[in-house]
Design a protein around this ligand. Structure first.
Ligand code: 4GS
Length: 237
């Protein structure tokens, strides 16, 4: 998979993409990540990327010309062009799984108060937000998407199973986990986990997941229930 990123802050990307699983996936040739500076697609002496909004209002917008030039230069037939911005659909594991199937992503980072709407109309395939809070740029959201997508590329994780059995994979939160020692500062690991009864352990974990999700993220249970409904053949319950 190829991932191109268009940003005003290329320096922010050094670090997060150079460590751990993402770095290993890059070195293994599973993902090729390239960071581009939007200013390189300007032609004036001051490398102007922004301008004031028509109709007034606070802040500045990314002007259309550098974005059009950059996106048209970087995107091909098989490219999914994604804008990172708070008005997008909220990023989730299902979206990460879909994006991991794509041959080429172009992540466009919004800055300032946003971008000229004509860019969205003409060139953007999807708008993604990473959550309901305001950041200083789309650089961190782009890195979040790259991280979540890269680890889903086959071969990126050492243990092929570990992308399946974790939070959100079945629509539930993870059960509590423990490692040695069995007692630490007076706190004991639940007996069932030391029992060696695999069926009992599975049952305990499922119940813990359910209770935890019910208490902390009831919205996930609703979604999981919807997913189950969709899988039932018509006529059954
Ligand atoms: C997000 C977000 C974001 C909004 C960019 C204010 C600079 C900033 N982008 N998910 N202008 N949350 N973007 O906060 O994607």
């Amino acid at each position: 998979m190829k991932i191109d990123v268009l940003t005003l802050f290329p320096g922010m990307f050094a670090g997060p993409l150079d460590e751990s699983i993402v770095q290993r996936a890059r070195q293994a040739g599973l993902v090729e990540i390239r960071i581009h500076n939007l200013r390189d697609f300007t032609h004036d002496r001051h490398k102007t990327v922004d301008d004031r909004p028509f109709g007034g209002g606070p802040g500045m917008l990314l002007k259309p010309e550098p974005l059009f030039e950059a996106i048209e230069h970087l995107a091909g037939e098989d490219t999914r062009v994604i804008l990172l911005a708070p008005a997008g659909r909220t990023f989730c594991q299902a979206t990460a799984r879909h994006l991991a199937q794509e041959p080429h992503l172009l992540l466009v980072c919004a800055s300032y108060e946003g971008i000229d709407e004509r860019v969205c109309q003409a060139l953007i395939d999807d708008e993604i937000s990473i959550g309901d809070y305001v950041l200083t740029s789309g650089a961190l959201p782009a890195m979040v998407v790259i991280d979540a997508v890269t680890r889903l590329i086959p071969g990126a994780l050492g243990d092929e199973n570990s992308a399946g059995n974790e939070s959100f994979s079945e629509g539930l939160l993870e059960y509590p986990q423990y490692t040695r020692p069995a007692e630490y500062r007076g706190m004991r690991v639940p007996d069932v986990l030391l029992s060696g009864h695999h069926a009992e352990i599975e049952k305990w974990r499922r119940e813990q997941s359910r209770q935890r999700t019910l208490r902390r993220r009831p919205d996930l249970l609703d979604r999981a229930a919807d997913a189950v409904d969709l899988k039932l053949p018509t006529g059954e319950s």
